[in-house]
Design a protein around this ligand. Sequence first.
Ligand code: 6PG
Length: 264
Amino acid sequence: MNDPAPEIVVCADLETCVERAARRIVSAASTAIGARGRFAIALAGGSTPEPLYESLGDSPGRDALDWSRVEVFWGDERCVPPDHPDSNYRMARAALLDAVPIPPERIHRIRGEEPDPEYAADLYERELHRELSSSPRDTPRLDLVLLGLGTDGHTASLFPESEALEEKDRLVAAVKASTPTLQPPVVERVTLTPPAINAADEVLFLVAGEEKAPAVEAVLEGPREPRRWPAQAIDPGPGRLAWLVDAGAARSLSDLHAPEGREP
Ligand code: 6PG
C-alpha cells in the first residue's frame, strides 16, 4: 500500500488500542505545542473512537494536555444538526469536549446543519486556511488526523468510487454516498479530502472488530486500488502513518504481529 509500509500495531483488544492511541496523541500534542504553541487535531467520527475520547477527557489524559493550546477539528461530519444523534461533533462533545477546559473558539466543527453541504464544505475549507495556514497558498497542516475504517474500506467520508478521492486541490468536499454498509444507505456528508489529510504531520487509524478484518487486509496487504479501498488514498509520507488495530480486526493480516497487551 504505502512505501515504506505504515507502522502497524496490533493490540490485544480495543482497550489497549485506546491506551496506545491516547499516549500517541498526548505525545504528539506536547511536541506540537512545544514547537508551534498549538496542537491541531482532526477527530474521527463513528463509534470506535468514543472510548478514546472518554479516556482523553479523564485523568491522566485530561491533565497531560494543555487544552488551552489544542485546536479541535473533524475529519468529516454527517449533514445533520450538531445536536443530532448521528452528529460526530455531538459524540465528541459528550465524550470529551464537555470534560476538558478547551476554549470554545478552539472547537472548529463542520456545519452539518447547512442546507447546502457544498457551502458547509467551502466554509470549512476557509476555516482550515484561517486557522492553520501561514499564507493563502499554503496547504493547512493538521498535527494529527485520527481516522476510522468502514467495513467497505471507507475512511472519514471518503467512500468507494467517490469523486472526492480524486481531489487534488480542494481540502474539503461534500459527498453523497449510497452504500449498503451504512444506515441510512444513502448519506450526505462533508469530509476532508486526501490532500488535506495527507498534509498532516501524523495520521493515526484506530480500527477494532472482526467485521473490519477483510477491509484491513485489503487496505494494508491487497493490491493498490484506492477507488475500491479509499483508506489506501491516505499516504502522508514516510513515518507519518500508523495503524492501531485490535486482534479481531488484524486477524486476516499475513504477518500478524504479536498482539501487544495492556501495560502492567
Ligand atoms: C463517520 C466516520 C467514519 C468511521 C467509520 C468507522 O463519520 O462515520 O468518520 O469514517 O470512522 O465508518 O466507523 P465505526 O468506528 O463506527 O466502525
